[in-house]
Design a protein around this ligand. Structure first.
Ligand code: NAD
Length: 335
């Protein structure tokens, strides 16, 4: 959809609401509202970060919609990173059984991944994305200018998801780095759309997108309770290392792929000092147990036979998962 078309749809809505977080509001709210021609929108500003992707924040947004008498012809515009687009998509898809929403991603991660594909949700019971919906946004409008204020660490977090597309779908994406990422944003979005279009409700092939995420989510959930939580992308970067390690052991992936990834991993983690000890493996395993992708009591993995040849729904014995986590912890000590 062209910008002009979207502006027209917004102008015909009964009301436009803009959901954003405090950081994005500070840098971009007036500019983005002007860009979309929705300066009169009702603004709903929530606290930033994963910690607030909760039922409590969702309730706050629903209350604001109710207070302003939002009806089914209202549109919610989610301006922000993946936490805002996940939360806002969830809120919109449940409010009065579903109102339209538009995603305007402002982080690299949201531009190439989170804002696309219709998976919406909140964290619940200490676990990531436990409650959610599948509902496609009316449109995703990307304006890369927003990235100019993005902290380096958040940029690297987005790069991590771009590298993921390199492993599962297009090895050219493995060349992405801090100097050239802008030229790969559209390609990354297209790759996600292609995968999602084939399997919108995540029953089969869309699961390739979970490469690195089974352990990535467990590592992220574990780190959320620490003093220095990892970003989503940092946790996924570590989860991908584990998935590659297991793929070498279990699926015949060439070991060079794992070795070649290590300098990239160092870059992806360069803004943080991940702090794990071998004693943390048990606690991370407890999150693996809870993972929603568990099937018949087993964690389900996406592994690689080769680059661009992902295998979904792979069973990995617990001992192998523990070995991969242990080796990952040894590795980050040496990075
Ligand atoms: N739905 C999906 O398919 C999908 C896919 C991948 C990730 N996700 C979810 O996305 C979330 C992570 O998203 P994220 O990495 O974008 O994190 P985020 O939304 O928490 O944003 C990271 C930080 O950057 C700030 N920020 C956002 N845009 C900014 C800008 N332009 N300038 C300055 N600061 C800015 C935010 O306020 C926040 O502090 C996770 O909850 C993850 O589960 C969802």
């Amino acid at each position: 959809m062209r910008l002009e078309q979207l502006k027209e749809i917004l102008s015909e809505a009964s009301q436009v609401f803009v959901l954003t977080d405090e950081n994005v509001a500070q840098y971009w709210l007036p500019e983005l509202e002007h860009w979309l021609g929705c300066e009169q929108a009702v603004e709903i500003i929530v606290k930033p970060g994963e910690k607030y992707k909760t039922l409590r924040t969702a309730q706050k947004v629903w209350r604001a919609l109710l207070r302003h008498n939002a009806d089914r012809d209202a549109i919610l515009v989610n301006m922000g990173g993946g936490t805002v687009t996940d939360l806002g998509g969830f809120v919109a898809s449940c409010y009065q059984r579903g109102i339209r929403f538009v995603n305007v991603p402002t982080t690299l991660l949201a531009m190439v991944d989170a804002a696309i594909g219709g998976k919406n949700g909140i964290n619940f019971g200490n676990c990531k994305n436990q409650i959610g919906t599948f509902t496609e946004p009316l449109e995703v409008m990307v304006n890369p200018i927003c990235l100019s204020t993005l902290p380096e660490r958040e940029l690297l977090s987005g790069l991590s998801e771009m590298v993921k597309y390199g492993f599962i779908a297009d090895d050219a994406m493995l060349k992405v780095d801090e100097s050239n990422y802008e030229q790969y944003i559209l390609r990354a979005g297209d790759l996600k759309r292609e995968i999602v279009d084939d399997d919108p409700t995540d029953l089969e092939q869309r699961r390739v997108l979970n490469f690195g995420h089974t352990l990535g989510h467990a590592i992220e959930s574990f780190s959320l309770s620490s003093e220095t939580p990892l970003t989503h992308g940092e946790a996924v970067a570590l989860g991908m290392w584990c998935a590659l390690y297991i793929s070498v052991k279990q699926c015949g992936l060439h070991e060079e792929v794992l070795i070649d990834y290590e300098p990239k991993l160092r870059t992806l983690l360069s803004e943080v000092e991940p702090c794990f000890s071998q004693g943390d493996v048990d606690a991370i395993m407890a999150f693996v147990e809870h993972d929603k992708k568990n099937k018949h009591g087993h964690a389900s993995f996406v592994l690689l036979k080769a680059v661009e040849r992902p295998l979904v729904d792979q069973y990995v014995p617990e001992a192998m998962i523990r070995e991969a986590l242990g080796q990952m912890i040894n590795l980050i000590d040496s990075l």
